[in-house]
Design a binder for this molecule. Structure first.
Ligand SMILES: Nc1ncnc2c1ncn2[C@@H]1O[C@H](COP(=O)(O)OP(=O)(O)OP(=O)(O)O)[C@@H](O)[C@H]1O
Length: 684
C-alpha cells in the first residue's frame, strides 16, 4: 500500500527504519516465519474449487423444505439449524439458544456452522442431512485449524508485542504514532481493539480472534518504510493470507448490532470507532477481496456502509463487494477531497459521522438517470489516471497506447502459430497480477504445471533450473500472488467455463480472466459455417460476462491460415468480424522472424476503444527468462498510428522522460506496416 507522505512527517526517521534487523518479508530475523521451508503440498497450484454442480438459492430452499428443515432467508446466506452441533451445545455461554447457526451461501451452497466452525460444500451438507456423512468425512468438515507452526509463531509474536503505552520510552511510542498516523487515536481505542506494537520490527500488530472472541487465530503486522517522499506500508500476515481470513474487530460486535461500517484497513476501523462509536470491521486483505467465507459474520447487519478508501480502486471494490453483500442493505462512501479515508479524515479534523451520512445507496434499478451517474462521472474525470486502469510495469509502451488495464473490457489477442502468444500473454497477465489484479487462468492447451513453470521463470526473471536452491524462496513469493488456474484441459463447453468464471469472480474477486485459447470451446464442428457461428456465440458470451461481472477478459484466438510472409491484421483473426467488433482491444503479436532475425517480435495494438490510440512496438525475447519486456539497453521505438492518411506519431522510449511525440510519415523499414485500425463499432 503506497501512501503519499503528508507534510510534516519525519521522513528521515522513517527512512532509518530500514535496518539490518529486517529479515524475510520485513520481519525481524529472529521472528521471521523462517527461511523458506519445503512443505509437502498436495496441490501446488491454487486450482479453483468448483462445485460439482452449481446450485441456486431456489434449489437450496427447495431442498431444505423437502427435508423439513426450517430456515430463514438472509441477505447473502440461508440460515438453518446446524446438524453439526450436539443438542447440548445448542446453548451458548449466555444460555441463549444458538439455533439457526448454519449459514449456507446462496451463491455457492457452501456452509459454515458458526457454533462448531464446521464448513463444507453443498454436497457435503446434503450427504450429512441424508445420513451419508461418515465419521471420517465429518472430521474433514471441521474447519481446518491453522498449522501448528503458524499457531506457535502467532503466539510467540503476540507475547513479544506490547501495548503502545507500555513502551519504556515515550519517544518511541510517539514516533510509532506519528509513523502510522495515530496521533489522534487514543490509548483507549487501541486497548479496545487490542492493538500492540512489536518493537524489533517497528510494526503494529493487529490480532484476529476466533469468532467466540477468545482464541487468538492470526495476526497482521503493519510496518512502515520511507521511500522518497512516500511511506511504504508493508503488511505481513500469519498464517499466510491465502490460508486464513478473518475480520478485525469481530470481538467488539454485539449480537444486537444491526449496522456496521466496513473498512479496508485496521487503522481506519480504529479511527471510525473512536469518532463515531459505530461498530466497525476491517477486511483482511483490504480492497483486494471479500472472501465469501466471511459473509456469515456480516449476515446480522441490516445496513452495511462500505468506506474503503479515497481512490477509484476502493470505489470499484466497494461496488463489487456490495453485490456480494446484497446491494439493498449497502451504502458506499464515495472518495473525494472532503471524503478521504477514515484515518485521514480523523487527522484532518473532519466530521466522520457527517461523511457517513453522505454514503450513497449501492442499489438502483436497471434504469438510471444521469443524476445517479453524475457522481460517478465526476469520479472518473477527477481521477483520469486511475480511470485508465492498472498500468503495466514491464511494458511501458503498452501503457502509452492502451493507457492501462481496465475492468469490464474484452481484449482479443492473436498471432501466428508458435510465435510466442502464450509466453507473451503469460508475462502480460503476471505483470498485472503482481500489482494486485486478481487473475484467473484458463489454459486449455498447455498444462497448468507447464504454464506455472513459464510464469515462475518470468517472475524470477531467470532460469530456475540453475538455481534450485532459490526455488522455495521464489515459489513462496509466487504463492502469495492472487493467481488461480482453472483445472480444465482440452475441449470444454462454454457454459462450464463461464460458470467457473462466475464462481471465481464471486469467491476470489477475480478481475482478469485469461482464456488460452478460444478454439478449445468450439466443439468438434466440422463445417466451417458451424465453426464460425460457434465462435461468434462464444465471443458474445465472453463479452457479456466481461460487462456483467466488471471483469476483464483476455481471449487468445488463432489467426486464419495466411501466407507466412504476410503480416496479420485485425481481419486475420479466425472467424467472422464479431471478435474484433466485440473486443475493446485487439492485440496482434507480429512475427517477422524471417526479416528481422530470431526472437524479434512486434506487438501491435490495432484497436483501442478507450481512447483510440493504436500503434506498434518491438518486443525482444529473452530465452533464459522467457520474458518479452524490453531490456533497458534496447532502443525501443513506439509508433503511434493515426487512423487516417497514414501519419504516425513517433515516440522514442529509450528511457528519456518527457519525450514529446512527433508526427512523421510511416517508414516501412523501421517496423511492420501496421494495418488500418478497426473502426467498426459493435451494436452493444
Ligand atoms: N520470440 C521468441 N523467439 C523464440 N522463441 C520463442 C519466442 N517466443 C516464444 N518462444 C518459444 O517458442 C515456444 C512456443 O511459444 P508459445 O507456446 O508461447 O507460442 P504460441 O504462439 O502460444 O503457440 P500456439 O500457436 O501453439 O498456441 C516456447 O518454447 C517459447 O519459449
Amino acid at each position: 500500500m503506497w501512501v503519499l507522505l503528508r507534510s510534516g512527517y519525519p521522513l528521515r526517521i522513517l527512512l532509518s527504519l530500514r535496518g539490518p534487523w529486517m529479515g524475510w518479508r520485513g520481519l525481524p530475523r529472529s521472528l521471521a516465519v523462517g527461511p523458506p521451508r519445503r512443505r509437502y503440498r498436495k496441490e501446488a497450484l491454487a486450482a479453483l474449487e468448483v462445485p460439482v454442480l452449481p446450485v441456486t438459492a431456489t434449489e437450496i430452499r427447495q431442498y431444505l423444505r423437502a427435508h423439513g428443515i426450517p430456515f430463514q432467508d438472509g441477505h447473502s446466506c440461508v440460515r438453518a439449524p446446524s446438524p453439526f452441533v450436539g443438542a447440548s451445545k445448542l446453548k451458548d455461554e449466555t444460555g441463549a439458544a444458538t439455533s439457526f447457526s448454519l449459514f449456507i451461501d446462496k451463491t455457492t451452497g457452501r456452509f459454515l456452522c458458526m457454533t462448531s466452525l464446521a464448513e463444507g460444500s453443498w454436497e457435503d451438507f446434503q450427504a450429512s442431512v441424508e445420513g451419508r456423512g461418515d465419521g471420517a468425512r465429518e472430521g474433514v468438515l471441521l474447519s481446518e485449524a491453522p498449522e501448528a507452526e503458524d499457531s506457535e509463531e502467532v503466539q510467540r509474536i503476540w507475547d513479544r508485542a506490547v501495548p503502545l503505552w507500555e513502551l519504556p520510552e515515550p519517544e518511541e511510542a510517539q514516533l510509532a504514532r506519528v509513523m502510522f498516523g495515530l496521533t489522534k487515536v487514543t490509548d483507549d481505542t487501541l486497548k479496545r481493539f487490542s492493538v500492540r506494537y512489536l518493537r524489533p520490527a517497528h510494526s503494529l500488530v493487529f490480532p484476529w480472534f476466533s469468532p467466540g472472541g477468545l482464541g487468538l487465530r492470526g495476526l497482521k503486522l503493519l510496518g512502515a518504510e520511507g521511500q522518497g517522499d512516500r511511506v511504504h506500508y508493508m503488511e505481513t500476515t500469519i498464517p499466510q493470507p491465502g490460508a486464513f481470513r478473518n475480520l478485525f474487530g469481530l470481538p467488539l460486535i454485539s449480537r444486537r448490532d444491526v449496522e456496521v461500517v466496513l473498512t479496508s484497513r485496521e487503522l481506519d476501523s480504529l479511527a471510525l470507532s473512536q469518532s463515531t462509536g459505530l461498530p466497525t470491521l476491517a477486511l483482511p486483505r483490504g480492497t483486494a477481496c471479500l472472501p465469501p467465507v466471511l459473509l456469515p459474520y456480516l449476515e446480522q447487519f441490516r445496513r452495511i456502509v462500505l468506506w474503503l478508501g479515497d481512490d477509484l480502486r476502493s470505489w470499484e471494490a466497494a461496488k463489487l463487494f456490495a453485490r456480494k453483500l446484497n446491494p439493498k442493505r449497502c451504502s458506499l462512501v464515495r472518495p473525494g477531497d472532503q471524503q478521504p479515508s477514515p484515518l485521514e479524515a480523523l487527522n484532518q479534523g473532519l466530521n466522520l459521522s457527517r461523511i457517513l451520512r453522505t454514503a450513497l445507496p449501492a442499489w438502483h434499478k436497471s434504469i438510471v438517470s444521469f443524476r445517479q451517474l453524475r457522481e460517478e462521472v465526476l469520479g472518473e474525470l477527477s481521477n483520469v489516471e486511475q480511470a485508465a486502469g492498472v498500468r503495466w510495469s514491464r511494458f511501458p509502451d503498452l501503457n502509452r497506447l492502451l493507457k492501462g488495464h481496465r475492468k469490464g473490457e474484452l481484449t482479443v489477442f492473436t498471432g501466428p502459430t508458435g510465435s510466442g502468444k502464450t509466453t507473451f500473454i503469460s508475462e502480460y497477465a503476471l505483470d498485472l497480477c503482481t500489482q494486485g489484479v486478481n487473475t484467473l487462468w484458463g489454459s486449455f492447451e498447455i498444462s497448468n504445471v507447464r504454464l506455472a513453470r513459464v510464469m515462475l521463470t518470468q517472475f524470477a526473471v531467470g532460469r530456475l533450473e540453475e538455481q534450485l536452491d532459490k526455488y522455495d524462496e521464489w515459489a513462496d513469493r509466487f504463492e502469495d500472488l492472487p493467481l488461480y488456474f482453472m483445472t480444465f484441459h482440452g475441449q470444454q463447453s462454454i457454459r462450464t467455463v463461464i460458470d467457473t468464471m462466475q464462481h471465481a469472480v464471486y469467491v476470489y474477486d477475480i478481475c482478469h480472466v485469461v482464456i488460452d485459447n478460444l478454439q478449445f470451446m468450439m466443439g468438434h464442428e466440422q463445417l466451417s459455417t458451424d465453426r464460425i457461428a460457434a465462435q461468434d456465440y462464444i465471443i458474445g458470451a465472453f463479452r457479456k460476462f466481461a460487462t456483467d461481472s466488471s471483469c476483464h477478459v483476455t481471449l487468445v484466438i488463432h489467426p486464419r491460415k495466411e501466407d507466412d510472409d504476410k503480416e496479420l491484421q485485425t481481419a486475420s483473426i479466425f472467424g467472422s468480424a464479431k471478435a474484433s467488433q466485440e473486443a475493446d482491444n485487439v492485440l496482434i503479436l507480429q512475427d517477422r522472424r524471417l526479416v528481422t532475425g530470431p526472437g524479434k517480435r512486434y506487438l501491435q495494438v490495432s484497436k483501442n476503444r478507450f481512447d483510440g490510440d493504436v500503434g506498434v512496438f518491438p518486443l525482444e525475447f529473452n530465452k533464459s527468462s522467457l520474458t518479452f519486456s524490453i531490456p533497458p539497453k534496447s532502443k525501443a521505438r513506439l509508433k503511434k498510428i493515426k487512423d487516417d492518411n497514414g501519419l504516425v506519431a513517433k515516440k522514442p522510449s529509450s528511457g528519456k522522460k518527457g519525450a514529446v511525440p512527433q508526427i512523421s510519415e510511416t517508414h516501412s523499414d523501421q517496423a511492420p506496416n501496421p494495418n488500418k485500425p478497426d473502426l467498426s463499432k459493435p451494436s452493444r
